[in-house]
Design a protein around this ligand. Structure first.
Ligand code: HEM
Length: 167
């Protein structure tokens, strides 16, 4: 999607991420595969997710985004929730943590993927950061039924923040 079209739709400050294309293809290929997107997340482009920037919950070293994305299939056996991702940033390292994938309240956040963060530049009063070596953490393995091993490559991500907010 072009930058001006993103802006028209209000999709400026946020996290854009394709999660894992082969997993999305797997869900799409299932007779009862379903995806739902809400609470600040919307589908964009050809299979990416956009999670809105959550300024209130962001702070030093934490870039918070909001949105609840859920996948289901295999007659209820498969349920994966990727909700309210936070980029936990330490120098050039980033860990993306999500809320409990089973949607239990009060369960701790789970570090899902990790990578190297690079500033990609500025765009129209925003700063743009990206990671293209996004890989599954040990803690994320269980979420995908142990199909992927730790270090499995996930899709690159791009975060666009108001200038000066990447504390
Ligand atoms: C009824 C139980 C299940 C059956 C019969 C089943 C079957 C399969 C099959 C046949 C594949 C290979 C698909 C392909 O290569 O095109 C696959 C891949 C996969 N399954 Fe399942 N599965 C089941 C449950 C689950 C559950 C509960 C999860 C949890 C998330 C899961 C996650 C995955 C993942 C992540 C892949 C790899 C997708 C990829 O990246 O190519 N599966 N499964």
């Amino acid at each position: 999607m072009e930058a001006d079209e993103d802006a028209r739709q209000g999709l400026v400050h946020g996290l854009r991420w394709g999660l894992k294309k082969s997993f999305l293809d797997y869900i799409r290929g299932m007779p009862d595969g379903r995806g739902s997107v809400g609470d600040g997340a919307v589908p964009v482009g050809t299979g990416d997710l956009f999670y809105a920037h959550d300024a209130e919950r962001s702070g030093a070293g934490v870039w918070a985004f909001r949105g609840d994305v859920r996948f289901s299939g295999h007659f209820g056996l498969l349920f994966v929730r990727v909700a309210n991702p936070w980029l936990e940033v330490d120098d050039s390292s980033v860990v993306v943590s999500i809320e409990d994938p089973q949607a239990r309240t009060d369960a701790p956040r789970v570090p899902l993927v990790a990578g190297t963060l690079r500033r990609l530049g500025d765009r129209e009063g925003t700063e743009v950061w990206g990671s293209d070596d996004v890989a599954l953490t040990a803690a994320g393995v269980e979420l995908f039924n142990d199909v992927y091993a730790e270090g499995e490559p996930f899709e690159p991500l791009v975060a666009q923040l108001p200038l000066g907010r990447a504390g």
